[in-house]
Write a protein that binds this ligand. Structure first.
Ligand SMILES: NC(=O)C1=CN([C@@H]2O[C@H](COP(=O)(O)OP(=O)(O)OC[C@H]3O[C@@H](n4cnc5c(N)ncnc54)[C@H](OP(=O)(O)O)[C@@H]3O)[C@@H](O)[C@H]2O)C=CC1
Ligand SMILES: O=C(O)[C@@H]1CCC=N1
Length: 264
């Protein structure tokens, strides 16, 4: 039995992925803070929505998907009910396995996960790291849960905040880029829906080429960039506006914010 504690956007996305992967609704419990949210989850997925305490007492695997700011409160609530044979998977940005272990106060195995919203289309990037009491079997079990909804990589926990900044938040940067490019289409007089179609198909095509060709992104970009042509005119402007430097600074800021979140 798997329990998802704090079933918001990420928790629901993971739950829907588990159901698509063949888990039965009877094998999954969810918890929610608000009655209407609990009702919506019951209705949409047919899962049992229970209290955090009941979930902690009865599920073998607890997946914690509350916001980092709510993690200490949730851990304090479930602490007396989590025996050392539970696997606790923490999916919150910034929260370390040591934070979870210290609040649960037993030798409970903890695995830290950072996934992203493409879990909804089985294209998530999930990175996992073991805590002090988690071993190979816990990492393998976590991978089995996450592989049906995308790619899974094991990384040292010291890289988790960086991964959060790159792939956890990553989809937002691409949506932001699409918004900006669609605005550019509007500026050039293109109807909004046509601009959105063109940009969306371009990003999908580029992403598939990047993933499937095995080519380095520089090679793929060079293939588009004709000497004296249109693409280099655009790239010259991106460089003039320091877009590359902006990405470096932005992703560093996201990493730093992740570090701050654990401190509360
Ligand atoms: N969104 C994303 O793209 C990603 C998010 N994450 C991580 O996932 C976690 C959740 O993020 P997200 O899904 O966006 O946030 P949400 O606010 O959508 O989800 C958190 C949910 O937890 C509920 N909750 C809070 N406290 C409790 C409690 N004590 N008991 C039961 N339920 C509780 C909240 O209830 P209420 O609705 O009442 O607030 C909310 O529904 C975060 O830690 C974030 O760092 C990781 C990767 C990507
Ligand atoms: O913005 C956030 O804090 C969360 C973590 C990664 C993606 N969303």
């Amino acid at each position: 039995m798997i329990a998802i504690l704090g079933t918001g956007k990420m928790g629901e996305a993971l739950m829907s992925g588990l159901l698509r992967a063949g888990f039965k609704s009877g094998q999954i419990m969810a918890t929610a803070r608000r009655v209407e949210r609990a009702e919506a989850l019951r209705e949409s997925y047919g899962v049992r929505v229970v209290s955090n305490i009941e979930a902690a007492k009865s599920a073998d695997t607890l997946i914690l998907t509350v916001k980092p700011q709510d993690m200490a409160g949730l851990l304090a609530e479930i602490q007396p009910y989590v025996p050392a044979d539970r696997l606790v998977i923490s999916a919150a940005a910034g929260i370390t396995t040591a934070f979870v272990e210290s609040r649960l106060g037993t030798d409970v195995p903890v695995v830290r996960v950072m996934s992203n919203t493409p879990v909804l289309v089985d294209e998530a990037m999930s990175v996992i790291s073991a805590g002090a009491h988690a071993g190979e079997e816990h990492l393998r079990h976590t991978e089995e849960l996450l592989k049906p909804v995308g790619k899974v990589l094991r990384i040292p926990e010291s890289q988790q905040d960086a991964a959060t900044a790159l792939s956890g938040s990553g989809p937002a940067y691409f949506f932001y880029l699409v918004e900006a490019m669609v605005d550019a289409g509007i500026l050039l007089g293109m109807p909004r829906s046509a601009a959105l179609d063109m940009v969306t198909q371009s990003i999908v095509g580029a992403a598939i080429m990047l993933r499937d060709s095995g080519e380095h992104p520089v090679i793929l970009r060079e293939a588009v960039t004709s000497p004296g042509g249109t693409t280099i005119a655009a790239i010259a402007e991106l460089e003039r506006h320091s877009v590359r430097a902006a990405f470096l600074a932005a992703i560093e800021a996201a990493r730093d914010r992740g570090r701050e979140l654990a401190a509360g």
